[in-house]
Design a protein around this ligand. Structure first.
Ligand SMILES: [Fe+2]
Ligand SMILES: [Fe+2]
Length: 200
């Protein structure tokens, strides 16, 4: 089964700046994503995106929300329509005339799966956070005290341990960090304390 999108342009540039309200985004999220584990993952990635936009890029609130929204919806169709992963949510957001940057970020969150390369910083950060965030959360679940006392070293150890979260591609994590031009250690250090505030 191929998830290739076979295109690299999404939405219409006239819709730039057009975002869902938080209320309608949350409604869509709740209707489409029923799996609580996937919900946590998407909320964590959304939070990381918002924090990065605010703290590192110093973007305004509207832009912060755009980053958060991209994270919040990036896996929206994975739960109920895995064969249409990415395609369905993108087409839906296109119908709603949402800012093309949101669709592009979602479309490029897995270049090896969807065939769309991350281009701008928002694309690259979504790709960089996605799998690494999932691996770090899996690590928290096997620790007696969850995120408490978790450090970069521990995460690096899990990364080297191939049997841990074996379905998570280490190559992809490294590739994503390289594309974002951020050292893996820095990325991990950013994720741990922020993600710790968003758990089930
Ligand atoms: Fe995904
Ligand atoms: Fe994801």
């Amino acid at each position: 089964m191929s998830l290739l999108l076979n295109r690299s342009a999404f939405g219409n540039p006239v819709n730039k700046g057009n975002l869902l309200t938080r209320e309608s985004a949350v409604q869509l999220f709740q209707e489409w994503v029923l799996n609580p584990k996937l919900q946590v993952h998407m909320l964590q990635v959304a939070h990381l995106m918002k924090c990065w936009a605010k703290e590192t890029e110093a973007l305004d609130e509207q832009q912060q929300w755009m980053w958060e929204l991209s994270g919040l919806l990036h896996d929206a169709d994975w739960d109920q329509w895995p064969d249409l992963h990415c395609k369905k949510i993108i087409e839906h957001l296109e119908e709603l005339q949402i800012d093309p940057d949101v669709m592009h970020a979602i479309a490029s969150h897995g270049p090896n799966h969807f065939g769309v390369e991350p281009v701008n910083k928002m694309d690259k950060m979504l790709f960089a956070f996605d799998e690494l965030s999932g691996l770090i959360h899996a690590y928290s679940l096997m620790r007696p005290n969850g995120y408490e006392g978790m450090d970069v070293k521990g995460v690096k150890k899990r990364l080297k341990e191939k049997s841990f979260a074996a379905n998570v591609s280490r190559e992809e994590i490294q590739d994503a960090a390289n594309r974002a031009n951020i050292a893996l250690d820095d990325l991990i250090a950013f994720i741990i304390p922020r993600q710790a505030t968003v758990t089930a």
